[in-house]
Design a protein around this ligand. Structure first.
Ligand code: NAD
Length: 318
């Protein structure tokens, strides 16, 4: 049985092994596949794995694929209705990197609080060696304890980020579509979106990208925020209207932002955030520590094994 992986590079740039899949069939892995090579490369394979390559109805009609494993949580790259009509099962990886993404929230936030990168660079440029005082700092330094973190979307990652915030001595205000009141405590409570927006010192986004959440951070919501608020986005770029955030950063209304995701990825050269003040942008790496990717790989293998054993798991179009 032939197994084809069309875009394996981001999951395994060389530090993991495809051995688990190799044991289940005749495996061919491509690092990347351009649109015009998809059908040719799938060939007569019955098992297909993709991460971000689009699999359309047309492709499904011209190949013999029976099972598609998506190497990610989001499976919007697959025409799942067309797959269902053709009896093709599609599986995803529902969760693999919760702790990594929550940790990244604090990597961004702590950089904003201490500017570790800029201070390290200054020291290595010789600025410390030339000082009279025993210390110096080039940016305001911020203590998180006692501040309020507003978390929009209190699911797996949101809750994990909330626990870390409380460990830093922060109070947590959370907004979720269906609040689970059992999670509330002395330093965590659910509030409506308006209260969260108005009362938080730091706002972190963890809701999915839906019609109802697209652009949730925009000039109107920013206008209601505290002066000097910090915004963190590790969820999806389009949750933020980037022109509005850039303007608010440049005016100082938003003190700083840390984003791991932007509206169009890879980032476009004219993205207004690139030239905004006090923003830290990382290239969608929150999911990517090796521990998370290894977990993702293992779940993808187990998904395929359970399909081959006649007990398909994590099916999104069953
Ligand atoms: P999850 O499904 O466990 O949590 C999402 C929460 O948002 C749920 O509790 C849901 O009820 C809530 N929600 C849904 N609609 C809402 C709305 N309109 N307003 C407020 N809350 C709403 O998902 P998760 O595993 O915590 O992942 C959260 C997001 O993180 C994902 O949607 C994904 O976009 C993003 N993510 C990013 C990376 C990365 O590498 N940067 C990696 C993994 C996930």
């Amino acid at each position: 049985m032939k197994i084809v992986v069309l875009d394996g590079y981001t999951l395994n740039p060389g530090d993991l092994t495809w051995e688990g899949m190799e044991k289940l069939g005749e495996l061919t892995v491509y690092d990347r596949t351009p649109e015009d090579k998809v059908i040719e490369r799938i060939g007569d394979a019955e098992i297909l794995f993709v991460n971000k390559v689009k699999i359309t109805r047309e492709i499904l009609e011209q190949t013999k694929v029976k099972y598609i494993g998506v190497l990610a949580t989001g499976y919007n790259v697959i025409d799942v209705d067309a797959a269902k009509e053709k009896g093709i099962l599609v599986s995803n990886i529902p969760t693999y990197g919760t702790a990594s993404v929550a940790q990244m929230v604090f990597a961004l936030l702590l950089e904003i609080c201490h500017h570790v990168g800029a201070h390290d660079a200054a020291v290595k440029r010789g600025e410390w060696a030339n000082k009279t005082d025993f210390c110096f700092w080039k940016h305001p330094l911020i203590e998180l304890a006692g501040k309020t973190m507003g978390i929009i979307g209190y699911g797996r990652i949101g809750q994990n980020a909330g626990q870390l915030a409380q460990a830093f001595g922060m109070k947590v205000l959370a907004y979720n579509r269906n609040p689970d009141k059992a999670l509330e405590g002395d330093t965590m409570k659910f509030v409506d979106l308006e209260e969260l927006i108005c009362e938080s010192d730091v706002i972190s986004l963890h809701c999915p990208l839906l019609d109802s959440t697209k652009g949730i951070i925009n000039k109107n919501s920013i206008a209601k925020m505290k002066h000097g608020v910090i915004i963190i986005n590790t969820s999806r770029g389009p949750l933020i209207v980037e022109e509005d955030l850039a303007a608010a950063l440049n005016s100082g209304k938003v003190y700083a932002a840390g984003v791991d995701v932007v509206s169009v990825e890879p980032i476009e050269e004219n993205n207004p955030l690139l030239k905004a003040k006090n923003i830290f942008i990382t290239p969608h790496i929150a999911w990517a520590p090796i521990e998370s990717r290894e977990r993702l790989m293992n779940i993808a293998v187990e998904n395929l094994r359970s399909y081959l054993n006649g007990k398909p798991d994590n099916i999104v179009n069953g």
